[in-house]
Design a protein around this ligand. Structure first.
Ligand code: PLP
Length: 431
């Protein structure tokens, strides 16, 4: 199989821990794992999938909704021993770090929303990123990532991966020539965010998938900022899509979790890293995530409507110098947004003429909006890139990458847009 030990030119045999065994499995590939259930009708809408996919009534009592299987271990029988022996332990319940019905239910729901064969949930978005990235690399591999990355991902790529012998190049994914120029013979992975923070730049997933395919590399997309309702990255050619479920998937700012979805083949490759690094999601947290996901489609519509209305209001305000939202024709990726996004997200960025001092003065004057990091919850959160995500940058560096002075990031919740606009209006009036 070409490309399998791409990472290490000296090695003739697959590197230790390489994914070669996946290709040698004689067993037919099945989606899932999933509990047996009556099949859902084909071609369901996103709201229906959010509610029904993966969720199971309790067969013992008829209780509606997936029970919380709050157990660490399962009774072993011949079937489980055979599964361990023959290499399909992921399809059986053995121990909750390996798999648990509460995890399977929510994984199936996420897989259905992403149009994926398989999914895994994790104890955080970073756990999903670490396990997924490591699963796609052989020893000595090179990967290409965006210059604009979530801080935790940047720290992982910049500090952890080099210490493990991997090398990383950072590029602007909106410049396909720069991505092609960064390719090396041992490039195994491209990693991009579907929408970046705080500039809300998009990446052309199909274009990046074509570059990856031509180079024999894989593409992972972090779709946290758009949710599966905004873009189904796998449909555009990504090999794996992942999320910080702490944001839109759960949607209530009350849980840290992560998820990855893709073909059974690739997700089976991530699973041993979940086992080894141990970032499994607790069954009770799975219940919370599953409950949150049931309203994903409803919430995303409310986020989109609120964010579009607020962007419209801000664009007309004389104290506002700059507004970014993918719904606006002046967004630099508006054409791509029209082509690729099924729905806009709730994240809006704007800047005040008064610069960072004015932005700092705005926050304590807001009455409904909470000054907090994170995004994707039902409540509107507001933060300033200059003293949060981009605090390590100088003002010049921020300007260079396009973050204007006075930049404010809003994660618009599901409140009434009129109330949020009134909140901004009263706060801006007193600066
Ligand atoms: C929050 C976030 C992460 C990390 O997720 P955690 O759940 O906090 O570990 C990764 N990527 C993006 C784009 C994020 O916004």
């Amino acid at each position: 199989m070409p490309g399998l030990c791409k990472g290490d030119p000296r090695s003739k045999a697959p590197a230790v821990g390489s994914a070669a065994w996946v290709n040698e499995l004689g067993r037919a590939r099945r989606p899932g794992p999933a509990l047996p259930a009556a099949a859902l009708p084909a071609a369901l809408g996103s709201s229906t999938l959010s509610v029904h996919a993966g969720s199971r009534d309790d067969p013992a009592t008829g209780a509606v909704g997936t029970p919380i299987y709050q157990n660490s271990t399962f009774v072993l029988g011949a079937d489980q021993y055979r599964a361990i022996d023959q290499g399909y332990a992921r399809d059986r319940f053995i121990y909750t770090r390996y798999g648990n019905p509460s995890q399977w239910a929510v994984q199936e729901k996420i897989a259905a929303l992403e149009g994926a064969e398989s999914a895994l949930v994790f104890a955080s978005g970073m756990a999903a990123i670490a396990a997924s990235v490591l699963a796609m690399l052989d020893r000595g591999a090179h990967l290409i990532a965006s210059k604009e990355l979530y801080g935790g991902s940047y720290a992982f790529f910049h500090h952890e991966l080099p210490s493990l012998g991997f090398s990383v190049s950072y590029v602007d994914p909106r410049d396909p020539n720069a991505v092609r120029a960064a390719l090396r013979p041992n490039t195994m992975l491209l990693f991009f965010e579907a929408m970046t923070n705080p500039l809300l730049n998009l990446v052309d997933i199909a274009a990046m998938a074509a570059i990856a395919r031509a180079a024999g590399a894989k593409l992972i997309v972090d779709a946290t900022f758009v949710s599966p309702l905004g873009v189904r990255a796998l449909d555009h050619g990504a090999d794996l899509v992942l999320h910080s479920g702490s944001k839109y998937l759960n949607g209530h700012s009350d849980l840290i979790c992560g998820a990855v979805a893709g073909s059974r083949k690739y997700v089976d490759r991530v699973w041993p890293r979940l086992l080894a690094y141990g970032g499994c999601l607790d069954p009770h947290a799975c219940f919370l995530l599953e409950r949150g996901l049931k309203t994903l489609a409803l919430r995303m519509r409310a986020h989109e409507q609120g964010a579009s209305a607020i962007a419209e209001y801000l664009a007309r305000h004389r104290q506002v110098s700059w507004v970014r939202h993918t719904s606006r024709a002046d967004h630099p990726d508006h054409a791509l947004a029209t082509r690729q996004l099924r729905q806009h997200s709730g994240v809006v960025a704007f800047a005040l003429h008064g610069g960072d001092a004015a932005a700092l003065a705005l926050l304590p004057r807001l009455r409904l909006m909470r000054e907090a990091t994170s995004l994707g919850g039902v409540e509107t959160l507001v933060s300033l890139p200059f003293n949060t995500s981009h605090a390590a940058f100088t003002a010049e560096q921020r300007a260079q990458i396009g973050i204007p002075p006075g930049c404010v990031r809003l994660s618009v919740g599901i409140e009434d847009a009129a109330d949020l606009i009134a909140d901004l209006d009263q706060a801006l009036a007193t600066i």
